[in-house]
Ligand binder design. Structure first.
Ligand SMILES: C[S@@+](CC[C@H](N)C(=O)[O-])C[C@H]1O[C@@H](n2cnc3c(N)ncnc32)[C@H](O)[C@@H]1O
Length: 231
């Protein structure tokens, strides 16, 4: 895949590539799936989806430059995606997808308030790193087609189990499907001391687990039979 980036747009890291690999596996089992890439950045996951046989791909980012970059990268790779600017799934109101994929900001930051501009918007995610993650978990079930699945990547420093629990509370069957242990990335390394002080990292530990959580919607909605029919 060829990728260009306008200044300030997030360069895909190892977590993006891990998620792209898992996305390809997901799409290998689904013919012409509709896909939404939430927090698309360069569009790496949206383009991966389109190249992996998705029937239609929507991509959302809050950054104008990211949306433009995603469109350019789709063209550069000869695939079609619909890239739109907005907040998480809000621009896709009323739409449901077979697959939702997301590599959201998840790096714990000094304050809960999220940056409104600049490169830090791609990773700063509040004091516990969950400000964006939680909102995606809550919104995703309402945007999944019956049997559809969401794939989210995150670090162990921002509580993977919480993601599983939140998706489960939304009615999905959720589990961690990929774990990869490695040294802290540069963004987390720079904040390691603060993460230790807040109990998000054990003392002296300088490694993290990158995890992919998958949540699947029920194949079809359960229909309750009227009392008159159940006798
Ligand atoms: C970690 S980057 C991931 C980019 C890309 N998906 C990848 O894996 O390389 C997160 C992206 O989320 C975008 N973002 C942050 N907050 C958002 C929001 N509320 N709605 C939509 N996009 C958001 C940022 O602009 C950034 O492009």
């Amino acid at each position: 895949m060829r990728l260009i980036r306008l200044p300030g747009v997030f360069r895909p890291h190892s977590d993006s590539l891990l998620l792209a690999e898992r996305l390809r596996e997901e799409l290998a089992r689904r013919l012409h799936a509709s896909v939404a890439d939430v927090c698309t950045g360069s569009g790496v996951l949206a383009v991966t989806a389109a190249q992996s046989g998705a029937g239609a791909v929507a991509a959302v980012d809050v950054s104008r430059r990211a949306v433009l970059t995603a469109r350019l990268n789709a063209r550069l790779n000869g695939v079609r995606i619909r890239a739109v600017r907005g907040d998480l799934l809000a621009p896709l109101a009323g739409e449901r997808f077979d697959v939702i994929v997301s590599n959201p900001p998840y790096v714990p930051s000094a304050a809960d308030e999220l940056p409104r501009h600049g490169a830090r918007r791609a990773w700063d995610a509040g004091r516990d790193g969950r400000r964006v993650l939680d909102r995606i978990c809550d919104a995703a079930p309402g945007h999944l087609a019956p049997g559809g699945a969401i794939l989210i990547v995150q670090s162990s420093v921002c509580d993977v189990e919480q993601t599983v629990e939140r998706l489960t509370a939304g009615g999905l069957e959720a589990a961690v499907v990929t774990r990869r242990e490695g040294p802290l990335g540069p963004l987390l390394s720079a904040r390691a001391a603060a993460l230790e002080r807040r109990g998000l990292l054990a003392p002296g530990v300088r490694s993290e687990e990158i995890a992919i959580v998958r949540g699947q919607a029920p194949a079809r909605l359960a229909v309750e039979r009227p009392a008159a029919l159940t006798g």
